[in-house]
Design a protein around this ligand. Structure first.
Ligand SMILES: Cc1cc2nc3c(=O)[nH]c(=O)nc-3n(C[C@H](O)[C@H](O)[C@H](O)COP(=O)(O)O)c2cc1C
Length: 205
């Protein structure tokens, strides 16, 4: 089977455009789109096809605000200090405006939870992050912006209570989804040659 050039170009474009969006308009995201994004998330692999994901889709403005208030609290409690000096000032202020309000403005926040009754918690990561990545890829393909965040999951008891999560579900990521307020270009990454090796580590690609 040979590659379909149109399909290949579409996938290349989506993967290169998939970025962390931190500013959103108020425009709603319709339900069929959200459902399709979640369906595409479930196309991800998981160990033994256990599909240990649960997606809590939060659209209510008050509940969204409550979730993102947890991220804002974490930011002020130390995440901001941990970021300082590690990324440039522009990114720090972009992240800050997002955590303090930009993310809450997105009309949808998807909280991805891992079901520890389906797969052991200590082996969970590799079975949940592919689905999380699919959400962002699918959102990009739908012309939407999204961002992978974990900061809102750290105050886990508060998040559990906002979302009525049972103890068996571990929240892993909070992904805002909405129409981007700004157009971002392609992602900037170090060249593949700096990270790829031919047959053994250290032999240039
Ligand atoms: C585990 C993880 C946690 C992240 N948490 C945040 C976050 O709390 N706030 C944020 O603005 N971006 C967050 N990001 C997004 C990264 O900052 C972003 O993917 C990276 O800087 C690359 O930028 P790009 O997506 O624009 O290419 C997170 C990414 C990962 C993988």
């Amino acid at each position: 089977m040979s590659a379909d050039p149109t399909e290949l170009a579409a996938v290349q474009s989506v993967l290169r455009r998939q970025r962390a969006h931190r500013s959103f308009t108020d425009e709603a995201v319709d339900e069929p789109t959200i459902t399709d994004i979640l369906d595409l998330a479930t196309r991800a692999p998981s160990a033994q096809n256990t599909q240990p994901w649960e997606f809590v889709v939060v659209q209510d403005a008050e509940r969204r605000a409550a979730i993102w208030e947890l991220a804002a609290r974490l930011w002020e409690m130390g995440a901001k200090d941990a970021t300082d000096g590690k990324v440039d000032d522009h990114m720090t202020s972009d992240v800050e405006q997002a955590v303090l309000g930009g993310f809450a403005k997105a009309p949808v926040s998807v909280v991805v939870c891992a079901d520890t009754e389906r797969w052991p918690a200590n082996l969970m990561d590799s079975s949940i992050w592919p689905a999380i990545q699919n959400i962002m890829t699918a959102a990009t393909a739908h012309g939407l912006g999204s961002a992978l965040t974990t900061i809102g999951t750290i105050l886990v008891d508060d998040l559990r209570s906002i979302l009525a999560l049972p103890e068996t579900l571990e929240p892993k990521a909070v992904i805002p989804i909405g129409h981007p307020a700004r157009t971002l270009g392609s992602s900037r990454r170090e060249p593949v040659g700096e990270h790829a090796h031919r047959e053994e580590f250290g032999r240039a690609w």
